[in-house]
Write a protein that binds this ligand. Sequence first.
Ligand SMILES: Cc1cc2nc3c(=O)[nH]c(=O)nc-3n(C[C@H](O)[C@H](O)[C@H](O)COP(=O)(O)OP(=O)(O)OC[C@H]3O[C@@H](n4cnc5c(N)ncnc54)[C@H](O)[C@@H]3O)c2cc1C
Length: 376
Amino acid sequence: MTSYWLSEPSPQRSDVHVDNPDVAVIGGGVTGCAAALRLAQAGKRVRLYDARGIAEGASGRNGGFALRGMPAAFDVTTESEGEESARAMMAWTERAIDTIESLAGDSFRRVGSLRLAVDEEERDELRAEYEALVAAGFVAEWIERFEPPLAGRFTAALHHVPDGVLQPARWVRRLAGLAAEAGVEIREHTRVESLEELVGATVVVCTDGYPSGLLGEIEGLIIPTRGQVIATEPVPERFFEVPHYGRHGFDYWHQAEDGRIVAGGFRDVSFDSEFTADEQLTDPVQTALHAFVNDLMGRELRVDYAWAGIFGMVMDFLPVVGRVPGLDNVWVAGGYSGHGNVLGFACGELVASAALGNVEPLLPHFDPARLLNADD
Ligand SMILES: Cc1cc2nc3c(=O)[nH]c(=O)nc-3n(C[C@H](O)[C@H](O)[C@H](O)COP(=O)(O)OP(=O)(O)OC[C@H]3O[C@@H](n4cnc5c(N)ncnc54)[C@H](O)[C@@H]3O)c2cc1C
């Protein structure tokens, strides 16, 4: 049940105490750490709380893919949000990857990502996204020829050149270290049970899929969804330097620095049971993941790590960032629908900026109040 990423020891951080904080940030993942850092840099007295340790939520349990864009494909976002806004969102996440690269040291590698098509239908979808990206001036490549072990399995791939891969726990712990250096007090293993504990402070809730109990009317509308991951024994061949993901993102894998294959997904083998906030592993998903990796490599590999994490699903595939409806001085950033490594960092900065009084142009697209008006 241990995340391979979290098995690495956590570095020391400055020990900071803040009296009478102006802002309480709830959640010590990528979003909360990014928000806290930005708020402290703006001169606020900030205290960050997490019920566990830093990065011990989804931020230290994910696949490690650092992807540009929204959870939906670029052409789909263009359709729903309009061309100018979709372009602005894409460019904003590309800038976030640049910032991550500048801060993350050896926890980030800029290797691109490969979105793979398993059949003609997926190939057509990827081709439409590729053409929309190129027409809008974004860098992308179309691939139709594959070497083993990919050859014969996939019909085409969209290469997102600016993407990368993270050791996500190392990255977020580093980000927390930067926040502490900027003056943020970090209180780990402290669950905030109610907003009444935080009277007098602006509150920024950054808990993505983990139910916080602090979101009033929108509690539960960012739907907790389980993802399961395995890491195999190290393998000497280096086939998957780049994040690979196929079947609409239901399968994803790459190789960690030491050669282990880190593979996740297969939620769709028991779809309904995976809408949960319980981090329990399940046989159907674990068996499917192990069989997939063995098949890919043509031999039985040992699984050294297996774990689960919870992410927040939102049915329109846009993040949720802004004031919490019906609550004074409470803000939220979350709901990245499994796409939060880059988007979480960007939205942490965005919610901090909003709480400081800046209305950035993208903010209305992410308004939490829309969840109350959704049809389903
Ligand atoms: C298995 C899996 C694979 C994924 N793969 C990818 C990927 O490859 N690429 C990608 O971009 N995204 C991926 N994601 C999504 C991504 O990991 C998340 O969207 C992102 O990490 C969310 O970060 P966060 O800081 O918002 O929340 P989290 O990192 O989940 O942190 C939330 C924290 O809030 C704390 N908390 C909750 N309530 C309270 C409370 N009341 N008081 C105090 N603390 C509280 C929790 O303890 C938790 O630590 C994946 C997610 C999972 C689960």
